[in-house]
Design a protein around this ligand. Structure first.
Ligand SMILES: *Cc1c(COP(=O)(O)O)cnc(C)c1O
Length: 365
């Protein structure tokens, strides 16, 4: 059996280090907003190349808190439009609608799964105030033209970097391009906690201060509440564990890149469309997503041969019941992508032999 993602084995590699980190926290007896979170925030900010990293409870909160902070700062108001790809994971869109902002869905390119500046530009209106590039599957959007466009129209750029820890372009990492970025440390992400976790990165001091307060009951000084905030904090245990995982992230990413290269060079089946890389470097291969006309048949064929695959994602956001108001809309590229995508096994613990087995099966299909 070739597993899609074996979280047990992924974390067992670091069992001794993780236990030592946990022991540090339990011995100290301090569980919320302590030295582990502060240290992880400093280390993650350095890793991303940003001035601030703010630990929060999860990736959805990270995105939502950025938007909420911009509302508190008077930059965004109810009803403002935020442009977001139509083919993203639902959380990107939930963060926007949770803040009484209007998600405007934009079609991606079929081959890279990413939207671009030209398609964003076509959707800009007088109400557009922000754009949320999603570095889907671990590949950075083409940020230079998007940043130029944002500057031209005065839009805030909020990166959804939940799948793109360490993805880079000309030495700059995901989370350092826009005004702010949201990261997720959900266990299955490239940098995964042993539970939920997330972070916001930004170079903006004021934004960072407001987000910190909003995530802590709207309070910067204990028992003084400046905002009607919430509770969205990364805890000491997850921070301590994430510090261990962060030390191994670059090695894991290098491994993912090797395996992706093997897939790209090895798969020759005319029935399978390989993912297109926007550029030679920088992709962190959170997922290796191929397309095929008859996905169900391919998935069944691989399953019978003992290869687990997944679908990211089976239903596009505009066809979800939660967004019934969009159900009549048509986004043909997005719909085609959701019909055809299949995620092959991808993780830093897969062996070359296992990847070659998958390649062999696909070429024989
Ligand atoms: C995982 C994910 C999120 C949400 O992160 P959680 O930690 O699960 O809340 C947001 N956007 C994208 C693109 C994701 O993949």
């Amino acid at each position: 059996m070739i597993k899609f993602l074996d979280l047990q084995q992924i974390n067992l590699r670091h069992k001794a280090e993780l236990l030592a980190a946990f022991e540090r926290v339990i011995d100290k007896g301090w569980f919320i907003q302590g030295k582990e979170v502060a240290a992880f925030e400093a280390e993650f900010a350095t890793y991303c190349g940003t001035k601030h990293a703010i630990g929060v409870a999860n990736g959805l909160d990270a995105l939502s808190l950025i938007l909420r902070a911009y509302k508190e700062l008077g930059v965004l108001s109810d009803g403002d439009e935020v442009i977001v790809p139509a083919n993203t994971f639902i959380a990107s869109i939930l963060a926007i609608s949770a803040n009484n902002l209007v998600p405007v869905l934009v079609e991606p390119a079929e081959d890279t799964f990413l939207f671009d500046a030209a398609s964003i530009k076509a959707c800009v209106t007088a109400k557009t105030k922000a754009v949320m590039p999603v570095h889907l599957y671990g590949q950075l959007c083409d940020m230079e033209p998007i940043l130029l466009l944002a500057e031209e129209y005065g839009l805030k750029v909020i990166e959804d970097a939940a799948q793109a820890h360490g993805a880079s372009y000309k030495g700059k990492k995901a989370g350092s391009f826009g005004d702010a970025a949201g990261f997720s440390f959900y266990p299955g992400k490239n940098l995964g906690a042993l539970g939920d976790g997330g972070a916001v990165t930004t170079n903006n001091d004021r934004l960072a201060t407001v987000i910190r307060a909003l995530a802590n009951y709207g309070s910067a000084v204990k028992y003084q509440n400046q905002y009607k905030g919430g509770n969205s904090r990364l805890d000491e245990v997850q921070a301590a564990l994430l510090r261990v995982k962060l030390r191994h992230l670059e090695a894991d990413t290098a491994r993912r890149r090797n395996l992706a290269k093997r897939y790209l060079e090895g798969i020759h089946s005319t029935k399978i469309i390989l993912p297109k890389m926007l550029r030679e470097e920088g992709h962190v291969w959170h997922l290796f997503v191929v397309r095929t006309a008859d996905r169900h048949a391919l998935q069944q064929y691989l399953a019978q041969a003992g290869v687990q695959t997944q679908i990211h994602y089976p239903i596009p956001p505009h066809q979800q019941q939660a967004y019934a108001e969009w159900n009549h809309l048509s986004y043909p590229i997005t719909e085609k992508i959701h019909r055809e995508v299949l995620s092959l096994p991808m993780s830093p613990i897969l062996s070359e032999v296992e990847i070659d087995q998958v390649i062999h099966l696909l070429n024989a299909y």
